[in-house]
Write a protein that binds this ligand. Structure first.
Ligand code: F6R
Length: 625
């Protein structure tokens, strides 16, 4: 069983494709889903109306593109069908939880992208009314709700069912009772109808699955339901009022659609951060109640509050997030904390301590060293918690509990949005435990939560400076060595900035705690060594010390790129370049400061002609030692 998580999350992380027309649906669905794999790929499934007007379906965990052999054996034939490639949010990615989901009699089948927030209440109600559930998913309730309200008119039954549902959905639905109908519905999750010709349609969560058949699409709006038949199309709202819509031409080519217009997945993911940070906060940072709620660890709060110390274990970028976690837990929650490289920890003769809370941090949930460290801790009898992005991954299955990032699939090999989500989750954990340990007064908690909920907009303000950062990259891309300096919460930010640059541009870059410079790296500084200094915490005692480090670099003809807080005019006289970021509470500064560092690394790598999304020698999930 993977660990519990906060149900109040929303997600648009699956791909759905459906077809109605005269052609064989299955190959169209398979090709369409392959185009959507960048959205999610932990399981997949198909349902097709056969010639006897029964629904045949096939579903399976795994990646669709790695299952060609199984696909040829599916034996699904018919000209109406639905399909989905899933990125799990509720229930681990196994066969039962894969889509399509069906009602009790297997007469209605549907695929869903989104999250049904009130599914537990609806499920209990439906069970009382005799419905039998097969899966752990939120989606299955919709199939049973339609069954419950099906009085011979599928469209009306869907409208009624959806009026009872809270949350988000993009849906494709077929029913044995109306074998010549395909229904789509949308709220909060994208859905478009591709018009191949009158009577032939492709319904998909994403135009990438449509474009090879037609460029003519109708984008559904929230609250709209479309009924597609071989005679035509009929769009209504949930109250059955007819809606008129115009078809539009898709302007982008396929590659642009997958990257939503960005040149690379990495850039797309950098720009997604206002949304992904919001996803990591939503339903967790409760501003009106002045508290943090983390559903995934709610059963463990007494244990976590009373531990003697915390140890974070991770690799790479996730390890940097762990380092920030150490600063956060010590500063905000007063818990002694340590960070270990998982690769070192797994071979160390280290006593496992049952009064320590161990946190493993991982985007993929599959990193071999992190997983082995987790196993070692469990063997030692201690509790392990996960902070993970990929739902149902190995780490989530083996940890005692944990918190999901809900950042969506991260495809660029260099981690960006997962990092900021990790730090967002760690910040909230620190506040939560700080309150429980009596370390924070309500006023302090309020100012921290206030600052946290402003972060997504502030990240957007930084992203708006993309052009300026690109110009900076033009100026600096030829250098072969970079030094990154930061202190306190932003020492790990400096490490992360350096890692981003080296892994995608192949420029040698090192991160250091600024004051360590004089213990060695200062010997390297000359006009050929640009130094990136994170110097935002102007009110902190260490700010003046960072300024002294800047002076030392300047005295040795070093070029300095400073990340500074808006309004800090005096820094301009000390450095070569300044990138300003908005002001926030000190503990959140890494979330803002890392954004220009990600962009700088990205643009330098692009100018140098590097393969940004797939840097040489690197894999997305390091599942071998
Ligand atoms: C760097 C990067 C890697 C990963 C590391 C851990 O950009 O992506 O350093 O952070 O391999 O991976 P996860 O977080 O999947 O355990």
């Amino acid at each position: 069983m993977h660990f519990a998580f906060d149900r109040a999350e929303r997600g648009n992380m699956c791909g759905i494709v459906a077809y109605i027309g005269k052609k064989d649906a299955t190959p169209i669905l398979i090709n369409g889903l392959k185009r959507l794999l960048y959205r999610g790929y932990d399981s997949f499934g198909f349902a097709v109306m056969n010639e006897k007007n029964n629904i045949d379906y096939f579903k399976k965990p795994g990646r669709l593109d790695e299952e060609e052999k199984n696909l040829s054996k599916m034996g699904l034939e018919g000209a109406t069908g639905i399909s989905q490639s899933r990125w799990a949010t509720h229930g681990e990615p196994n066969q039962v939880n894969a889509h399509p989901h069906v009602d009790c009699r297997e007469e209605i089948a549907l695929v869903h992208n989104g999250i049904i927030e009130n599914y537990a209440t609806l499920k209990a109600w439906l069970k009382e009314h005799g419905h039998k559930f097969r899966s752990d998913t939120d989606t299955e309730v919709i199939a049973h709700l339609i069954e419950e309200h099906n009085n011979g008119d599928l469209l009306k039954a869907v409208q009624k069912a959806l009026s009872l549902v809270e949350g988000t959905y993009g849906l494709g639905i077929i029913s044995k009772h109306e074998p010549n109908t395909l229904i789509g519905a949308r709220k909060g999750s994208p859905l478009a109808v591709g018009v191949v010709k009158n009577g032939e349609y492709i319904l998909a969560s994403d135009p990438a699955a449509i474009i090879e058949h037609t460029k003519k699409v109708i984008y559904l709006d929230d609250g709209e339901v479309v009924k597609l038949t071989r005679k035509g199309m009929h769009i209504t709202n949930l109250e059955n009022k007819k809606v008129q819509k115009q078809a539009q031409e898709i302007q982008w080519d396929l590659e642009q659609i997958e990257k939503t217009g960005f040149d690379h997945f990495m850039l797309k993911e950098i720009f997604e951060q206002p949304q992904t940070i919001e996803n990591a906060i939503r339903g967790r940072a409760l501003i009106n109640e002045n508290r943090i709620q983390l559903g995934g660890v709610s059963d463990w709060l007494d244990f976590l509050t009373n531990v003697d110390r915390v140890v974070f274990l991770a690799c790479g970028t996730s390890w940097h997030a762990g380092l920030i976690g150490e600063y956060l837990f010590e500063h905000i929650a007063g818990i002694p904390s340590e960070v270990e490289y998982a690769s070192e920890f797994r071979y160390k003769s280290v006593p496992i301590d049952t009064r320590t809370a161990y946190f493993v941090i991982s985007q993929s949930g599959e990193t071999a060293d992190t997983l082995e460290s987790l196993r070692k801790i469990k063997q030692g009898g201690a509790k392990v918690f996960g902070i993970v992005n990929v739902v149902g991954s190995s780490i989530t299955r083996e940890t005692d509990a944990g918190v999901y990032l809900h950042a969506g699939p991260e495809i660029g090999v260099a981690s960006t949005k997962a990092f900021t989500s990790q730090v967002t989750v760690l910040s909230q954990l620190a506040i939560l435990l700080g309150v429980r340990r009596g370390k924070a007064v309500p006023k302090e908690v309020r100012s921290r939560i206030d600052a946290l909920v402003k972060i997504p907009l502030q990240v957007q303000e930084i992203l708006d400076q993309n052009e300026k950062i690109k110009q900076l990259a033009q100026k600096y891309y030829k250098f072969n060595n970079f030094l990154y300096l930061g202190r306190g919460f932003n020492f790990p930010t400096a490490l992360e900035g350096a890692l981003k640059l080296k892994e995608i541009s192949y420029i040698h870059a090192e991160g250091y705690p600024a004051a360590e410079m004089k213990h060695g790296p200062i010997a390297l500084i000359d006009e050929n060594m640009p130094v990136v200094v994170v110097a935002t915490d102007t009110e902190d005692v260490i700010y003046q010390k960072v300024v002294s480090n800047i002076e030392e670099v300047k005295a040795r003809s070093g070029n300095i790129i400073a990340i500074a807080t808006e309004g800090n005019e005096s820094i301009k006289d000390l450095v070569t370049e300044v990138i300003y970021v908005p002001k926030t509470n000190g503990y959140l500064t890494p979330l803002l400061n890392v954004i220009p560092l990600q962009l700088l690394a990205y643009h330098i790598a692009v100018i140098r002609g590097c393969d940004v999304d797939k840097p040489r020698n690197l894999a997305k999930a390091v599942s071998v030692e």
